[in-house]
Design a protein around this ligand. Structure first.
Ligand SMILES: Nc1nc2c(ncn2[C@@H]2O[C@H](COP(=O)(O)OP(=O)(O)OP(=O)(O)O)[C@@H](O)[C@H]2O)c(=O)[nH]1
Length: 376
């Protein structure tokens, strides 16, 4: 798997029962954080036991509170709300550090905790500014507590032996925790580099995203909760165009089509070449009737002007058929959304091409267009 730690990756993946269709990256992310949450639960149970034994009820209550947070994180993570789970763990950990500092005093060793929380946040796939904001919140909580307690001169109330043992356990747990998170970051960086190096991100002919890249980006998009429209676009009768005008003409049509779609769509929309003459479009924050309007604009706009082929000697009228599917709330499965769009595309073809079909409506394109009719 091209990772510096393939054995660890294989070992982690052995314990997982993944939902179908996850990429390798998602699998290692999922497996790593499963271990991180289980580790957090185990260590908070251990700390709670220790504090009960030592009769330190204040810090025991804090540990039990964190135990609940860990369990919630694990459930969220398993329900594929990974980003929410990791954010909650990071914030919970930093809040716990701040409160624990009030009890134990600003002894060295605690700084480990919030670096852990920061690393946690750093490997979560979310926009940079939101990540930065979370890091700042996580950093400032314990830092503030640190400074205040240093000035107050608070000392650790545990006997020196216990204080030492407690710190040792913390360091061991956190070292394992860091190793896992860092290794996971290494895997992600590796795969990112491999993708860049292998130049498989874009389709060579049209410049659209490659299928693999589209799926990766689409899955990232689906990690949020925003509405998303998926459109499957197919050039009508491309086989006939190839036969009549030659494959180079078909290639020119595909290239020009991507340019036209780009000019109609917004910058944040993704265009990927899914197969031969099929493209998949992913549009975040587009749903309901607006998605139908965009599909109609694509059908009309893409075929509004003839496609110039054979170095400007000929031109063709080319039409599109589009299947539209919309994300239902909480839907995380990109493949099933694309499959829905594909079913609607099939309906559009069956209804006579040059139209779109969406989940809720059939959308004929009003402009009458002779498909692939030639012009001089
Ligand atoms: N020029 C060109 N043709 C391609 C490319 N990829 C796929 N095709 C052609 O697209 C055609 C797809 O054939 P079909 O699935 O039967 O579709 P169609 O002829 O467009 O007919 P409908 O989809 O039913 O309208 C085949 O003839 C492929 O050779 C490509 O990169 N360049």
């Amino acid at each position: 798997m091209g990772s510096p730690h393939p054995h660890l990756a294989r070992w982690l993946l052995r314990f997982e029962d993944f939902p179908p269709g996850l990429t390798e990256d998602e699998k290692t992310f999922h497996a790593t954080f499963n271990v991180v949450y289980v580790l957090a639960i185990a260590s908070h149970l251990l700390y709670a036991g220790l504090m009960l034994w030592l009769g330190e009820m204040g810090i025991l209550a804090l540990d039990l509170g964190m135990l609940v947070v860990d369990l919630v994180c694990l459930q969220l993570h398993r329900a594929r709300r990974e980003v929410l789970a990791a954010n909650l763990l990071a914030l919970g950990t930093c809040a716990q550090i701040s409160l624990s500092l009030g009890y134990f005093g600003p002894a060295p060793g605690f700084d480990y905790f919030y670096f852990g929380a920061l690393l946690c946040i750093y490997c979560i796939r979310m926009p940079f500014t939101r990540r930065l904001l979370l890091c700042l919140i996580c950093l400032s909580m314990p830092l503030l507590a640190y400074v205040v307690l240093m000035f107050q001169g608070v000392a650790n109330p545990l006997p020196p032996g216990w204080a030492f043992a407690f710190r040792l356990i913390n360091l061991c747990v956190l070292t394992v925790f860091f190793t896992l998170v860092l290794v996971q970051m290494g895997w992600s960086a590796d795969r990112l580099r491999q993708r860049f190096e292998s130049r498989e991100r874009f389709d060579e002919l049209t410049g659209a995203l490659s299928r693999a890249e589209l799926i990766d980006k689409g899955r990232e998009m689906l990690m949020g909760t925003q509405p998303i429209s998926v459109m499957m676009v197919d050039v009508d009768h491309l086989g006939l165009i190839n036969e009549t005008w030659g494959r180079a003409a078909g290639d020119q049509v595909l290239k020009e089509l991507v340019k036209r779609m780009r000019s109609i769509l917004r910058g944040e929309d993704l265009i990927g070449r899914y197969g031969g003459e099929e493209f998949v479009l992913l549009s975040p924050r587009l749903h309901g009737e607006r998605a139908d309007q965009v599909a109609e604009r694509l059908c009309k706009g893409a075929s509004a002007l003839p496609f110039v082929i054979n170095d400007g000697i000929n031109s063709l009228d080319v039409s599109l058929s589009i299947g539209v599917a919309q994300r239902q709330s909480g839907d995380k499965d990109l493949e099933s959304l694309i499959a829905k769009a594909d079913v609607n595309l099939f309906r559009a073809k069956r209804e006579g091409c040059n139209r779109f079909v969406s989940d809720n409506q059939l959308g004929p394109v009003s402009r009458s267009s002779e498909s692939h009719g030639s012009r001089s």
